[in-house]
Each structure stands twice: as structure tokens, then as C-alpha cells.
Design a protein around this ligand. Structure first.
Ligand code: HEM
Length: 357
């Protein structure tokens, strides 16, 4: 992610310092603060209604659909509305569609394990072509994100009155440091990267397995195998291991969530295991960390957990789901683990509209 200076503008990849602190504060105070999330309740509802309308269309001629994809599209639309006040999946919007396609390709490349990550000195060879393809699609996605940003900046300069609540893009453009910090304004390029990053973080992590049951609790399975790689800033001793300065550290959240010392029948999807358990996914319990934990925990957790509950709840409330003839529960429990984790077989299910009560 060194191309287009992405790693220097990204919040998730930023080292601990002024830039990260300022961006993190803007994210948590201005975007994913509860008040704002609640203000956007109607937008979330609108996006879910749209998802149900797509499904109704499909359900007229019952056939298996890729459930994860529907959730992904809906999450993308919600993040787009919150950040940019626009429907990225609006069939009438050309840039919206192109942005969506570029994000999809980026997601594909991000999933490809690059064996040269293990041999950083050889990475310049790019024998698998991962970097070349990433460059191409990141470039395309950044160009579109920058056109959204440019359009907004021009409207602001012209004094165009917006008939909508302030969104996250307004906040990023209007940001001015208070003099106590070195950062006074965000550059246009930094804003482009933050916009793009929020669509990535919001969507390459959409849950693949989620199920609301009796008490209304939700089991979240992250599609990330690893948290964002970190670098040791100084020589460190951790759990008896010596970790020299500059070591790159990968945390395998997938393996932690399937540790048989913590979980019975660790590889099976059993949401009921959380019914009488104190273990939650919010970063307080290291046995389950789909959003990470500590200082770098996902800034989108409050938003994502609301979106996922609403999407999964609406899918289950509105439809009865049938598995395809050849799909079994056992085959669904198999994960394909790479940089990110997917079902070996995507969950294909047939929606049948429930009769209105
Ligand atoms: C199911 C949904 C999501 C999951 C499972 C998820 C998970 C994660 C994980 C594992 C990290 C890295 C934590 C680490 O390295 O320790 C992260 C970082 C981040 N996420 Fe999420 N995320 C989700 C949705 C979102 C959404 C919707 C947003 C905002 C729109 C968001 C914003 C961020 C940001 C800004 C970071 C970087 C935080 C930092 O480094 O300070 N995430 N996320």
C-alpha cells in the first residue's frame, strides 16, 4: 500500500503520532459518535429497505442468492450515505457504479496472499503481479473518490447551500487544527485517502456468518484473518518472547477466535454459545477480537455493530431462508483462510418472503 502515498494518508496504517491522533478523533467524535449514528437512523432504514426491495425482486423467481454479497452492498451504501450523502449503488450514478467496481477489485487483490510479504527484500520483484494490479485499481478508486471530494469543495467555494445534515466529508474539508497540534488542515490528497479507506474498512470486513436467535444476540465472524500489521517501535519483551525493534507483528484474529482452549467445538458456527457467555466482540475480551482491541480498535465498531444487527435482523425477519439442495451445515462451516477469510463456499440461500403479520 505504498503506491499513491496511501500508507501515509491512511488512518489504519498510520503510526502513532499527530496525524493518527487527529484523524482518529475526527472519526470518533464526528463520524461514528453515537449522536450522529442515531441521527442517521433513517438513512440506515432507507438502505435496508432498498436491500429488501432488491431481494423481493429476486424472490419472485426463487433462486439461490449470495447472502454475503447483499450484506456487502448494503454496508457500502450505508457508509456512502454517511460519508458522502450519496447512494453509491444508485443505478443512475455512473461514478457511483465505477467506484463500487473499483472497490470490488481492490477487495479481490487485498485477499490475494502475497508470498513476498514474507520476504520484504524481494518484494520489488512483484512476481505475482499483486502490486501492479493493486496500483491500477487503487488508482481508479482514488480518482473517483477525489472527484467526489473535488465536487464538494467546489460547491463549498461557490457557497452552494446543501439541503441535508452535515456529513463526514464536510467535517474533513472544514477541519482546522486548534493550534495545539501540528496539523492545521487536511490536504486534499489525505481527504481522498480517508474517504476511500472508510469505504474499504467498512466493506472488506462485512460479516459472513451472522444469525439472530432467541435473545436477539448476534455472532459476528470477521472476514479478517489478521489485524492490521504493526511494527515494534522499540525492543520489547512480550510473554517471554524477545521482539526486536522494527519487527513486523501480525495478529491472527481468526486463529484466536477458534482457539480450542477457549471454545468448545471451535470450528462450528454456534451462535448460541454466546447466549450465556460474558465474551463480547467489543475489544474487552481477547478471545474474540474481530474489531481488534485497545487503542487501535476499529473506529467503526459502534456503527458497524448497528448496521450488522439491522441488516441481519431484517433478512431474518422478512424471509424464510432455505439452503440449496447440495449445501449442508457442515460444508458451510469451512473457511478459506488467507489475508482475509471467506467461506470456502459462499453462503447461497433461497429467500422466501414471509407473509406480513
Ligand atoms: C463488520 C465491520 C467491521 C469490522 C469487522 C472491522 C474491523 C476492523 C479491524 C480488525 C481493524 C484493525 C484493528 C487493529 O489493527 O487492531 C479496523 C480498523 C479500522 N476500522 Fe473497522 N471494521 C468494520 C467496520 C468499520 C466501519 C463501518 C468503519 C467506518 C466507517 C471502520 C473504521 C475503521 C478505522 C478508521 C480503522 C483504523 C483504526 C485505527 O487504526 O485507529 N470500520 N476495523
Amino acid at each position: 500500500m505504498r503506491c499513491y502515498d496511501y500508507c501515509n494518508g491512511s488512518i489504519a496504517l498510520a503510526s502513532y503520532g499527530t496525524y493518527w491522533r487527529v484523524l482518529r478523533r475526527i472519526c470518533t467524535v464526528d463520524m461514528v459518535v453515537l449522536k450522529r449514528i442515531n441521527e442517521y437512523k433513517s438513512v440506515r432504514r432507507k438502505c435496508v429497505d432498498q436491500m429488501l426491495a432488491w431481494l423481493d425482486e429476486d424472490a419472485r423467481n426463487p433462486h439461490p442468492i449470495d447472502v454475503g454479497r447483499f450484506m456487502y452492498l448494503t454496508m457500502l451504501n450505508m457508509v456512502g450515505n454517511l460519508m458522502l450523502s450519496r447512494d453509491l449503488l444508485d443505478p443512475k450514478s455512473k461514478e457511483g457504479r465505477e467506484f463500487f467496481e473499483a472497490m470490488n477489485s481492490l477487495l479481490e487483490w487485498a485477499e490475494q496472499p502475497n508470498v513476498f510479504d514474507a520476504f520484504p527484500r524481494l518484494s520489488w520483484l512483484d512476481l505475482q503481479g499483486v502490486r501492479r494490479r493493486m496500483n491500477r485499481d487503487l488508482g481508479a478508486a482514488l480518482r473517483i473518490a477525489s472527484s467526489f471530494v473535488r465536487e464538494r469543495m467546489e460547491d463549498m467555494n461557490k457557497g452552494v447551500v446543501q439541503n441535508r445534515p452535515k456529513d463526514f466529508l464536510d467535517v474533513l474539508i472544514e477541519f482546522e487544527g486548534d493550534g495545539k497540534e501540528e496539523l492545521t488542515k487536511l490536504s486534499e490528497h489525505e481527504i481522498n485517502i480517508v474517504v476511500l479507506e472508510h469505504h474499504r474498512v467498512g466493506n472488506d470486513r462485512v460479516t459472513l456468518q451472522s444469525k439472530v436467535h432467541g435473545q436477539g444476540s448476534l455472532a459476528i465472524a470477521s472476514t479478517n484473518s489478521f489485524l492490521v500489521p504493526r511494527r515494534a517501535v522499540k525492543d520489547t519483551k512480550f510473554m517471554g518472547y524477545d521482539i526486536p525493534k522494527d519487527t513486523q507483528v501480525f495478529v491472527n484474529a481468526w486463529a484466536i477466535g477458534r482457539d480450542s482452549e477457549t471454545w468448545d467445538d471451535a470450528n462450528s458456527f454456534k451462535p448460541e454459545r454466546f447466549s450465556n457467555s460474558k465474551i463480547e466482540f467489543k475489544g474487552q475480551h481477547y478471545e474474540l477480537i474481530p474489531f481488534g482491541a485497545g487503542r487501535r480498535i476499529s473506529a467503526g465498531l459502534p456503527l458497524a455493530s448497528r448496521m450488522l444487527h439491522l441488516i441481519a435482523g431484517s433478512l431474518l425477519h422478512s424471509y424464510d431462508w432455505e439452503l440449496e439442495k447440495f449445501t449442508t451445515r457442515e460444508s458451510l462451516d469451512v473457511d478459506r483462510v488467507g489475508v482475509s477469510t471467506r467461506k470456502a463456499e459462499p453462503l447461497q440461500a433461497i429467500p422466501k418472503r414471509r407473509a406480513a403479520n
